[in-house]
Design a protein around this ligand. Sequence first.
Ligand SMILES: [Zn+2]
Length: 134
Amino acid sequence: MKFTVQIPSREEAYLAADRAARKAKKAAAGLERRAEEAVNRIQLRRTIRDLEEEIGLQLREVGELVYATHRGTPSDSEDIQEILEYVDSLREELEAHQRELRTLAGVRFCPACGEENDGANAFCHNCGQPLSGE
Ligand SMILES: [Zn+2]
């Protein structure tokens, strides 16, 4: 009996090595991206928690001022107004971070109506706007 052994040519070996290298590179890039996303999510959750805590503290301060006013120590309504405006800005920031976190979780926001959609949807379930691309 005769056996024939196929010895890959130099080019074939080179191409195979190149393919393997590209595959490994792609896998590494995917891992890196996922790790970055995980870190992003952790940071976002931390920021969200801090913002919620700060909003709670500010609203408590408003409560104390209103309480004092009703107990005979009037507080400056400009002070209260200032705190409320600060709370508004914190809430805006909080909402933006929550949206970002949901986007990372695969949710897509409709560019036309702002509705939250499943990441797999091609069209907005609310208004029908295409969700893919720009
Ligand atoms: Zn929509």
